[in-house]
Write a protein that binds this ligand. Structure first.
Ligand code: BEZ
Length: 324
């Protein structure tokens, strides 16, 4: 079921206008698409453990990894109706509803994980979360990260022309689809769980992916080349249903906000610290790693920026935060 924007805005506006609820014990349900060993899932578990501890057992969090509650679009709808309490979602999914969040995907907005940390912790980034309750019926408490994007290809890649016309798996969202269209490839939206088989059976020629998963989920097994491009960041956002939020006491809101923000933010530090290890492990597999910079992508980057400047003012604001 897709709720119209006006219904969501009306319902949420009303509920947020009400005073906070009374303090009541709650067993929150938190959904996410990543599997149990993933950095995000571990952060969700740690958030649940700390919330139980700091609330003296009054609140618990049941974590549902691996899309047990549905895909991200379905979980977002469940958050809107209050059927789901919390989720850690890709900013990609949320940007399908809130175009300003697409600005995070400007190619080479940052060059490394330190740059990612700086942008995601900036006032501009935090400010973008303010519109979520009114626009889509969720409260955004803070950002996390899944590192930077690379391209793993079944065939050898030496220049961008080797990708021309190739089917490249993308996470389903507009900014990345635009990027791969500008490169003259055939972007193929596909959720994470379908990726391994699609690479194995040649349904796609290459995938847009982060290093952690290229290594851990063994996408390298069907890759001849990993193009180490670091071409985009891939943020996550910790969300609470606005309907559920309205029922929490002020004290509980503060506790949930503080702890969820802390644990989603911890994933940024994990990727800052672990990217070198993910690269080393990927190298050890023997896959050919081709290191490239923005020049590899030619004028697609300028074209992307020109198109997205027209869609959102957030792009200029984030570029300013990045010192561009
Ligand atoms: C992906 O769609 O590539 C993805 C989703 C969540 C975490 C990491 C990667």
């Amino acid at each position: 079921m897709k709720l119209s924007k006006s219904i969501v805005a009306g319902a949420v506006g009303l509920s947020l206008a009400l005073s906070a609820g009374a303090a009541v014990a709650k067993d929150f349900r938190l959904g996410l698409i990543t599997p149990p060993p993933h950095v995000w899932t571990k952060a969700a578990d740690a958030f649940g453990a700390e919330l139980a501890e700091k609330s003296n057992g009054a609140h618990t969090v049941q974590v549902f990894p691996s899309r047990q509650l549905g895909n991200e679009a379905e979980m977002l709808q469940q958050l809107q109706t209050g059927a789901l309490d919390m989720a850690f979602l890709t900013v990609a999914e949320v940007s399908n509803r809130v175009a300003d969040l697409g600005a995070f995907y400007a190619p080479y907005l940052v060059n490394d994980m330190d740059g990612v940390a700086k942008i995601l912790r900036s006032e501009t980034a935090t400010g973008l979360l303010d519109q979520l309750p009114q626009q889509i019926g969720v409260v955004g408490v803070g950002y996390g990260s899944a590192g930077l994007r690379q391209i793993a290809s079944r065939d050898t890649v030496e220049s961008v022309s080797d990708l021309s016309g190739k089917k490249i798996r993308i996470t389903p969202f507009a900014p990345i689809q635009d990027f791969y269209n500008l490169l003259g490839t055939a972007p193929t939206p596909m959720p994470l769980p379908a990726v391994y088989d699609a690479m194995a059976n040649g349904q796609v020629d290459a995938i847009d992916m982060d290093l952690e998963l290229i290594w851990k989920l063994k996408y390298w097994e069907h890759s001849k080349t990993v193009v180490l491009s670091n071409h985009m960041m891939f943020p996550m956002v910790g969300l609470v249903s606005a309907r559920v939020w309205a029922q929490l006491s002020e004290e509980d809101r503060a506790l949930v906000r503080e702890l969820m923000a802390k644990h989603v933010d911890s994933t940024i530090d994990t990727f800052v610290a672990q990217e070198p290890k993910f690269l080393e492990e990927t190298r050890k597999t023997g896959v050919s790693i081709v290191e490239v910079g923005p020049e590899f992508f030619g004028d697609a980057i300028d074209q992307w920026n020109a198109a997205w400047e027209k869609k959102t003012d957030a792009l200029a604001a984030l570029r300013k935060e990045a010192g561009m």
